[in-house]
Design a protein around this ligand. Structure first.
Ligand code: TYM
Length: 334
């Protein structure tokens, strides 16, 4: 029965080109978990405008992202795949939770510090309260589990703190969510600087594999990936570039560290990088083909957008009404 399953919520920003980090850190796990949970997968377009966006481009990217969720293997009839901006309860709950979140908590968020240094000309209030909107996303659906990459763990901790604070005042209103981190791929690093995470916003296109990169580009980027001056394919903290490539290969093939080390024992980095590149191509090519296929079917995608927005609205409004009542807003007269 649908209702006996626990609830899962996750989301991704419709900003920039998605990378292999987004895929292995999040999307791939979403697909793995989708049978086990009652799932809500959101395209978080409201989060995107914390950084200035071109409107037509944002709309295009949001639709592409929603299509990509399906192309990756999420069944839109079993999973609720929808746009955040189609469910006004997100913004309404975020306002309420803003009043239960401390400035000091938000000031500690590393993503805020990073983003405000990158966008020094536009440090807006939305960028600051961004984690509260994320908390609202999760808590609206009473999510038990939230699959994310490591970079979102701090936001998830904040979500738990705010939910516990709220429950402490008003009783058990919110389910306290747990993060789900995949065993491998929870932090994919840049191919050009393995000290930095692979990011959509990296200025160097060789640092990231984009999900829509063609096979030649993928292979070329892996050939150029930064490694080190010896030639041993070994997983070790002092070999961050090679370890990152091993992680990518493991995520793409399901092999263990030992298996990978054995496979490339006595072989050079050239062979290894080519194998990593090919393994990624074999993951991304089917995804790209399915994406191209789905993108042609406007009516099908439109229908999913409509039906799922209704489903999400129904569930979200239930929580919102409960919260509004708890904090003391007047009842609606019917
Ligand atoms: P976003 O859009 O930056 O990233 C989407 C997901 O991809 C993961 N990720 C990575 N995982 C491994 N290695 C990497 N290099 C890497 N880069 C990104 C992220 O951890 C994330 O899981 N604030 C969120 C979106 C969001 C959200 C939510 C997530 C809004 N509301 C509610 C979960 C629940 C964000 O900006 O993710």
């Amino acid at each position: 029965m649908e209702d006996e399953k626990k609830t899962l919520f996750s989301g991704m920003q419709a900003t920039g080109n998605l990378t292999l980090g987004n895929y292995f850190g999040a999307l791939k796990n979403w697909v793995t978990l989708s049978d086990e949970y009652n799932c809500f997968y959101c395209v978080v377009d409201e989060h995107s405008i914390t950084v200035r966006q071109d409107p037509a481009e944002l709309r295009r990217r949001a639709r592409a992202l929603l299509t990509l969720y399906i192309a990756a293997g999420l069944d839109p009839e079993k999973n609720c795949i929808y746009y955040q901006s189609h469910v006004s309860a997100h913004a309404e709950l975020a306002w309420i939770l803003n009043c239960y979140t401390y400035m000091g908590e938000l000031q500690r968020m590393t993503q805020f510090k990073d983003k405000s240094s990158k966008h020094a000309d536009n440090i807006n209030a939305g960028l600051f309260t961004y984690p509260v909107l994320m908390a609202a996303d999760i808590l609206l659906f009473q999510a038990d589990v939230v699959p994310v990459g490591i970079d979102q763990m701090q936001h998830l901790e904040l979500t738990r703190d705010v939910a516990q604070r709220f429950n402490g005042i008003y009783g058990d209103v919110f389910t306290i969510p747990e993060a789900y981190l995949g065993k491998v791929g929870a932090k994919i690093m840049s191919l050009q600087d393995p000290a930095k995470k692979m990011s959509k916003s990296d200025e160097n296109p060789n640092a990231s594999i984009y999900l829509m990169d063609d096979p030649d580009t993928i292979i070329r980027k892996f050939k150029r990936a930064v490694t080190d001056s010896d030639s041993e394919v070994r997983y070790a903290p002092e070999k961050p570039g090679v370890s990152n490539l091993i992680d990518i290969y493991r995520a793409a093939t399901g092999k263990s560290i030992e298996e990978v080390e054995r496979e490339f024992d006595g072989k050079g980095y050239g062979d290894f990088k080519l194998a990593v590149g090919e393994s990624v191509v074999s993951v991304l090519k089917p995804l790209q083909d399915r994406f191209a296929e789905l993108s042609k079917d406007k009516t099908y995608i439109d229908n999913i957008i409509k039906i799922n927005a209704e489903r999400a609205n129904y569930v979200a409004t239930k929580t919102l009404r409960k919260v509004q009542k708890k904090v003391g807003f007047p009842e609606r007269i019917r």
